[in-house]
Write a protein that binds this ligand. Structure first.
Ligand code: GLN
Length: 476
């Protein structure tokens, strides 16, 4: 049996029935990684001995007792390397502390196991910007797994992990989940603590689960959510029973259909899958209601101003002095320049330059300030839509997973493909990608994800609808 192909729920049952112990499970997953991950590149590293030490004395009655969770390489785990897939930190930084999400995982009995590949500092939609290694889609290794949490999606989809954590600033949980055929949930901004996550764009970043099933996502979310006195943007609200939403029917749930998300640019085969999934939701008792999100056309531009502005500030700390790579240099300015020139990859440099430009005096009002105003309009679009509906349904990505190298010479084409995911981050709402079948491309079956978006703190409805859809069997 390949233990790594199990869900969290299945592995728990094997533990509780005595069929498997956590150390047996970890050893078996390590063999699986050794055999399969060379072809995929989903892991940057893993440390079996450390995980086995963590597994000793674990209380199996805890909600995640003995469950290994793969961790995106920008989340700090004490004693583990944390490189953000950047040459700036690779081999040069070991985390001195646990992020709050890791502390919560440990309190629930989970074992952080393995560091997953990603776009450098989470900037990208294909994991091709990893400064360390290529990551491939397990459904077709000539294609990308999506990004930036491409490694987390690929190891869950490729059965070399039970479940993983990712982060989503503009779609980086949902889009790779969609391209790899796994479940990915981006929580409401403030639902999950950001303490211990290496920041990309602090007003947009959220950490969330990437799993094989909706029930597993609900369980992980329940564990990692909740207040944290080390992150002032983390909301001071109780965590409801997300697992309790699994199995509830969706009769009478109103689901909004935004016309703007079905306009030109959407691949016809993807559109067919999404429309079939919407029919299924309707047959399960949901009421489909047309809604409008008129500022959608401005979302990509708004996001790429705000995210790059915040990134340029957040990445200033990588100066050759405080963390990571330090170049040989004659004086301090030279040290900054050379360390950053050598440590950062092309896309990270592009973002820092863009972000510095939109914040510079003379351009601040025209770009950054205006983008903040449009962000408010985008949030209001959702507020208005959510007066009428409980959830919104849409595609996650306009196409299935694209070929490695396809967008290499045209970063803008890749930015534009974020159109369906980034508005949720700008508005601070929650969203999920749930597998909704496959489309056939060049003889390969490529997964498609259905996106459901919920109100702020509306994760219960997301889980309820995503689970009802998953249980319908429509995805095949
Ligand atoms: N693809 C988007 C970007 O490149 C989103 C990244 C993310 O969510 N981390 O910025």
């Amino acid at each position: 049996m390949n233990v790594a192909s199990l869900t969290i729920a299945e592995l728990r049952r094997s533990y509780l029935s005595g069929d498997l112990s956590p150390s047996e499970a970890l050893s078996s997953i390590a063999v699986e990684i050794d055999q399969k991950d060379n072809a995929i590149g989903g892991y940057l590293s893993f440390d079996l001995d450390r995980a086995l030490a963590d597994a000793a004395n674990i209380d199996l009655s805890l909600p995640l007792g003995g469950i290994p969770i793969a961790i995106k390489d920008l989340i700090n785990v004490e004693g583990h390397p944390c490189s953000c897939a950047s040459k700036m930190l690779h081999g040069k930084y070991t985390s001195p502390y646990d992020a709050t999400v890791i502390r919560k995982l440990r309190e629930a009995g989970a074992i952080p196991f393995g560091r997953t590949n990603m776009d450098e500092f989470a900037m990208g939609s294909s994991t091709e910007n990893s400064g360390i290694q290529i990551c491939r889609n397990p459904h077709d290794t000539t294609r990308t797994p999506g990004g930036s949490s491409g490694g987390s999606a690929a190891v869950v989809a490729g059965n070399t992990a039970i479940a993983a954590l990712g982060t989503d600033t503009g779609g980086s949980i949902r889009q790779p989940a969609s391209h790899c055929g796994v479940v990915g949930l981006k929580p409401t901004y403030g639902r999950v603590s950001r303490y211990g996550l290496v920041a990309f764009a602090s007003s947009l970043d959220q950490c969330g689960p990437m799993t094989k099933t909706v029930a597993d996502a609900a369980l992980l979310l329940e564990v990692i959510s909740g207040r944290c006195d080390r992150d002032s943007t983390c909301l001071n609200e109780d965590v409801p029973s997300y697992t309790g939403a699994v199995g509830k029917d969706i009769k009478g749930l109103r689901i909004g259909l935004p016309a703007e998300y079905f306009a030109k640019g959407l691949d016809p085969a993807v559109k067919d899958r999404i429309e079939a999934a919407i029919k299924t939701l309707e047959s399960l008792g949901a009421e489909i209601v047309p809604v409008s999100l008129p500022n959608t056309e401005h979302a990509v531009a708004t996001y790429y101003i705000i995210a790059t502005a915040e990134a340029s500030a957040n990445l200033a700390r990588f100066d050759g002095v405080r963390y990571g790579h330090r170049a040989e240099a004659d004086d301090l300015i030279d040290l900054y320049k050379k360390s950053r020139a050598e440590g950062f990859g092309e896309e990270v440099k592009r973002r820092i330059i863009l972000g510095t430009y939109v914040l510079s005096s003379g351009y601040y009002d025209a770009y950054y300030l205006r983008a903040q105003k449009v962000r408010t309009l985008i949030r209001r679009d959702f507020e208005e839509a959510f007066q009428k509906v409980d959830l919104i349904v849409s595609p996650v990505s306009p196409t299935p997973a694209f070929k490695l190298g396809e967008h290499h010479s045209d970063p803008l084409a890749m930015y534009l493909a974020d159109i369906y995911t980034i508005s949720a981050n700008l508005a601070g709402i929650c969203g999920i990608s749930v597998p909704c079948g496959t489309v056939s491309v060049d003889g390969k079956a490529l997964p498609v994800g259905l996106q459901l978006l919920g109100k702020p703190m509306g994760e219960i409805d997301l889980i309820r609808a995503a689970h009802a859809y998953e249980a319908s069997g429509d995805a095949g």
